[in-house]
Structures are given as structure tokens and as C-alpha cells.
Design a protein around this ligand. Structure first.
Ligand code: ATP
Ligand code: MG
Length: 545
């Protein structure tokens, strides 16, 4: 980035450095839970955490918050690392897991018991909820709150030793059941879960909860600024309480910023998981999803995502960002760098009835401005394809189509006149008969004709059959809540076409590329040399609403 970003977090860091609140090195962390793939909301947090550390000469940990073995897996641990790396960030040797600290966390919990700041509670989850009170009414003390320190120590050890069933007991902080902040009403710190953990196996059957784990890991790693999203604002007093009551003499400040929302998308891993499980999309890397893996597969460059995150900025205001901003960043990134070719998505056969002899070779630049991208040869012959939507028997001048008895220029090639239309039984055109104007070759045109329409096309001899996938938004509603896929999911979000692309685009593996007038495209991961598959990353112009 050429100019240094300023926002309330960077300003705060500058102040802390000036006032010697931190000892010179800024340390941040990105703490994903490995219970799903990363999405563009996470990218905002990644760009922020890795970005500020880099700007201030600091360092960043990639720390997995792996305290819930029921939802976590190695697949997610791998995908998250791949995505962070692909986004362009490097944690170097700072890859950690909350589970690295399980032994320490356990002993900090024991310390709390020893200070009479935590107790083992036998209430069920429902009973704990029922005695928690409400925003207007205080909760009530657990009958187990007065257990002796010795009894609590003994019971907590036996919880660890596996003597009790899941849910039979929990360890709770002893704070204040009348606190106006519900998070401070004797929150649960540890629960029993007889489940194998993807890293620690069967070593543990008690697992610490997020609020207890996160602050301690931050402190142990010397995180100078613990940046998280606004929903944790109400948890901050608990973050501070834990660190004030265990013996660690480092206390990071928790600083909250607003989550990124993208309209017509969901970011919740729970909803993403159910979209996948219910078969609405093909998997975590479905190009219609706002996941990093999906965006990558679609062909969105990492630089466009970083640009997007920096344009969105960091504030405390809730933001539901328009998808057009992401599209803008993608176009801006690809505009000058993606080679351009031609593809016909919905082909209509055109026969040039006055063409005879050998095909004519034409030269076409691969980019109008970026000459480094070179040029390629096209062939013009008797049979070619144009876009079905570029023909109409009659059309107004504004529509810029080829019409019956009308003229159009074939880009880089010749002007043609449509003299006949052959329809199928249902009246749909299946072939056009045209005549080409011999002295109208692009660059050497002496015909004096000025057709309004210029069309993209592919000659049959130069065409490679390709599947071309066009995407629309996955949801019809601006802020889907995942409650009704049936009404909210757009049934047309994926349209797969059997079209033709220029041979050069396939053989030179232009990736991504622009197919003129159709948009920017990239090879799908399922593509093979014999069966190319292209994803449309974004169209060329924002469609009018
Ligand atoms: P979910 O609510 O879907 O489970 P999460 O926020 O719990 O997602 P984590 O893996 O815990 O997912 O997130 C890791 C980090 O990314 C956290 O610090 C979190 O605040 C941040 N993050 C998650 N979603 C967003 C978002 N939409 N915008 C900005 N940061 C986000
Ligand atoms: Mg989380």
C-alpha cells in the first residue's frame, strides 16, 4: 500500500508506541477456530492483524482456537493455513494452537480454584441457563458455589481424570450472579467432553471455553493488541477478569472492530456448513460462496481481496458492504493484466456463404494497452460462431445487434451482412447465412460501411469446446439469515453453458483472462486440457439494478 492507512486501531497502536505502553514490538494474532473454511470476513481480520504488524515492524501469530473437538478437524486446519498463505501473509514460525496450552490452562484454572475464584458446579446446562437471570433480573447463585477449595480441587482433578460423564459437572468462575453483564454471572470455564481431539487425541476429556482460553493464550504469546470483532465487546470484562486473577504478568488490551458483512451473502460458518450439507452448493470452495477457497476457485486474485479489505477499512460501525465494491476491486486488478480473447457462451452457427478458399489469418492484440501481452493469430473462415443474443431478426439501432439484412463488424475481422436465418421447429434460429465484405478487413477497411454493432466471435477452425459457468448471487435477499434456503437461495445462481473459446486462451493457459464483452474468466479447478471449464469471475460492467 502506498499510503499508510489510518484508523482507530492504527492510531491506538501509534499512541501506545509513543507512550511506551508497549516495548517496541507490536504483536498480533489471527485466531480462527478450525470448524470451517475461512471467508472474506476473516480476510478482513487477517489483513488487519497481519497488516498492522507488518506496518509497524511487528509480528503475527496464526493461532488455532481449537477447544471444541466436536466441530473441529485437520481438514479445516489445513485449509485455513492454505488460505492465509494464499492471501499473501506469513506467520513464519508462529503457528500455534490453543491446545498447545492445555496443560497451562488447566493449571491456571487450578489457580483460580485455589484463590476461591472458581468452583465445580453440578447444575445441568439447562439449570445454569435458567438461573442466569435476564438483562433486567439478576441470576441466582448455584447451590454448589460454596463448595470448599479442597473439594473443588479434588472434583476438578477427577473431572480431568474422566470420572464423570459429559455435562455432569462444569468449572465456573465465581464472579457475580447480579452483574449487569451476563457474561460475568459465574461463566463456565471448563466442560467435560469425552471426545477425541484432532491434535491431543484422548489426552483430555475436559476442555476450556473460549473466554477463558483466548485471553490466556494472548497473554502467553505477548500479544500487544488483541483485535477482535464487536460481538466480543461484552466479553471484554471477562477477558480482563481472567487475566487479573491468574498469575501472568502480561495483559493485552482487547480492541473491537466491526464485522464485515457482504450483502446477499452469509458469513456464519454455521449457515455455510448447512448450505454445503444440504447440497445447495458443491462444497466449501464453491465459486458462489464468499469463502476464500470459493473466491480463489472462481478466479478472484488475492490482491483484489486485500484491496477490498483496505477499502472497507476498520471502524466500529456495522457494515454491510455492497458486492459491487468487490467486483470493482476485481476489475481494477485484472483490467491491465488479464490477456483478452474471445469466447462465445451461447453459440449460434454462422455460415459465410461467399467465403471460399483457405482461411484468412488475422492478427489480434491480446490487450489494447498492455502491449507486453503480445498478440495472437485468429482465423476467419466459412463457418464461425457468434453469441446467440447478438442476433435478432429486427432490433433498434440502440441494441447493436446483427439483424436480418443488417450489418455487423466481427471484431478484428470483417463486416458481414446477414442474408438468411434458419430456424428450428420451434422458431429458434440455429444458423445464419451471411456474406462478408471483402474490403472491410479491420485496419484495412475501405468499404466505407459503418455498422453500429461490433461482435465477438470464434471461427469453427479455431474454436475449442468449453464449459463456461456464469454465476449470479447465491441469495435473493440482501441479508439472508439462513432460516429458509427454499425462498432465499437463488435457483439461477449457477448457469453452465457449452460454448466455444479461442484456441489461444486454452493453449496459452491465460488465467485469468478477459473474454471480450463477456467478462473476466478463470479456469475452474475441474478443468482439464480436453475439457476446459471456465468460471466467470465478474462481468465487465456492473449490471444496472
Ligand atoms: P462464526 O461466527 O461463523 O463461527 P467466527 O467469528 O466464530 O465465525 P472464528 O474462526 O472464531 O470465526 O474467527 C476468527 C477471527 O476472525 C476472529 O477474530 C473473528 O473476530 C474474525 N472474524 C470472523 N468473522 C469476521 C467478519 N465477518 N469480519 C471480520 N472479522 C471476522
Ligand atoms: Mg469464534
Amino acid at each position: 500500500m502506498s499510503t499508510l492507512a489510518t484508523d482507530f486501531i492504527r492510531n491506538r497502536i501509534r499512541e501506545d508506541l509513543e507512550n511506551d505502553v508497549v516495548d517496541g514490538t507490536i504483536v498480533t494474532r489471527f485466531p480462527p477456530e478450525p470448524n470451517g473454511y475461512l471467508h472474506i470476513g476473516h480476510a478482513k481480520s487477517i489483513c488487519l492483524n497481519f497488516g498492522v504488524a507488518a506496518e509497524f515492524g511487528g509480528k503475527t501469530y496464526l493461532r488455532f482456537d481449537d477447544t471444541n473437538p466436536s466441530k473441529e478437524s485437520e481438514e479445516f486446519v489445513h485449509s485455513i493455513q492454505e488460505d492465509v498463505r494464499w492471501l499473501g501473509f506469513d506467520w513464519e514460525d508462529r503457528l500455534t494452537f490453543a491446545s498447545d496450552y492445555f496443560e497451562q490452562l488447566y493449571s491456571f484454572a487450578t489457580q483460580l480454584i485455589e484463590k476461591d475464584k472458581a468452583f465445580v458446579c453440578d447444575l445441568t446446562a439447562d439449570e445454569i441457563r435458567a438461573t442466569r437471570g435476564t438483562l433486567t433480573e439478576p441470576g441466582s447463585d448455584s447451590p454448589f458455589r460454596t463448595r470448599s477449595i479442597a473439594e473443588n480441587l479434588d472434583l476438578f482433578r477427577r473431572m480431568r481424570d474422566g470420572e464423570y460423564a459429559d455435562g455432569a459437572k462444569v468449572l465456573r468462575a465465581k464472579i457475580d450472579m447480579a452483574s449487569p453483564n451476563l457474561n460475568m454471572r459465574d461463566p463456565v470455564l471448563y466442560r467435560i467432553l469425552h471426545l477425541a481431539h484432532h491434535r491431543t487425541g484422548d489426552s483430555w476429556c475436559v476442555y476450556p471455553l473460549y473466554d477463558f482460553t483466548h485471553c490466556i493464550c494472548d497473554a502467553l504469546e505477548g500479544i500487544t493488541h488483541s483485535l477482535c470483532t464487536l460481538e466480543f465487546e461484552d466479553h471484554r470484562p471477562l477477558y480482563d477478569w481472567v487475566l487479573d486473577n491468574v498469575s501472568i504478568n502480561f495483559h493485552p488490551p482487547q480492541i473491537e472492530f466491526s464485522r464485515l458483512g457482504l450483502e446477499f451473502n452469509v458469513m456464519s460458518k454455521r449457515i455455510l456448513t448447512s448450505l454445503i450439507d444440504s447440497g445447495q452448493v458443491e462444497g466449501w470452495d464453491d465459486p458462489r460462496l464468499p469463502t476464500i477457497a470459493g473466491l480463489r476457485r472462481r478466479g478472484v486474485p488475492a490482491a483484489a481481496i486485500r484491496d477490498f479489505c483496505s477499502r472497507v477499512g476498520v471502524t466500529k460501525q456495522a457494515n454491510l458492504v455492497e458486492t459491487s465494491l468487490l467486483d470493482f476491486c476485481v476489475r481494477a486488478e485484472l483490467e491491465d493484466t488479464a490477456p483478452r480473447g474471445m469466447a462465445v457462451v451461447e453459440p449460434l452457427l454462422v455460415t459465410v456463404i461467399n467465403f471460399e478458399g483457405d482461411d484468412i489469418e488475422l492478427e489480434a492484440r491480446n490487450h489494447p494497452k498492455n502491449l507486453e501481452l503480445g498478440s495472437r493469430r485468429l482465423t476467419f473462415g466459412r463457418e464461425l460462431y457468434i453469441e446467440r443474443s447478438d442476433f435478432a431478426v429486427t432490433a433498434s439501432k440502440k441494441q447493436r445487434k446483427l439483424t436480418l439484412n443488417g450489418l455487423a463488424r466481427l471484431r478484428y475481422g470483417f463486416i458481414v451482412e446477414c442474408v438468411d436465418v434458419i430456424n428450428d421447429d420451434s422458431g429458434l434460429p440455429i444458423e445464419l447465412k451471411v456474406r462478408y465484405v471483402e474490403n472491410s478487413r479491420s485496419g484495412q477497411d475501405t468499404s466505407g460501411l459503418k455498422p453500429k454493432a461490433t461482435l465477438h466471435w470464434v471461427s469453427k477452425a479455431n474454436a475449442v469446446h468449453a464449459e463456461i459457468r456464469l454465476f449470479e448471487r447465491l441469495f435473493n435477499v440482501r441479508e439472508p439469515d439462513g432460516s429458509s434456503f427454499e425462498s432465499d437461495v437463488n435457483g439461477n445462481s449457477l448457469r453452465s453453458h457449452h460454448g466455444f473459446v479461442e484456441r489461444a486462451a486454452v493453449e496459452s493457459k491465460w488465467n485469468p483472462c478477459q473474454f471480450e464483452r463477456n467478462g473476466f474468466f478463470a479456469f475452474d479447478s475441474s478443468s482439464t486440457p480436453d475439457r476446459p471449464v471456465f468460471n466467470r469471475i465478474v462481468s465487465l460492467m456492473s449490471s444496472k439494478k
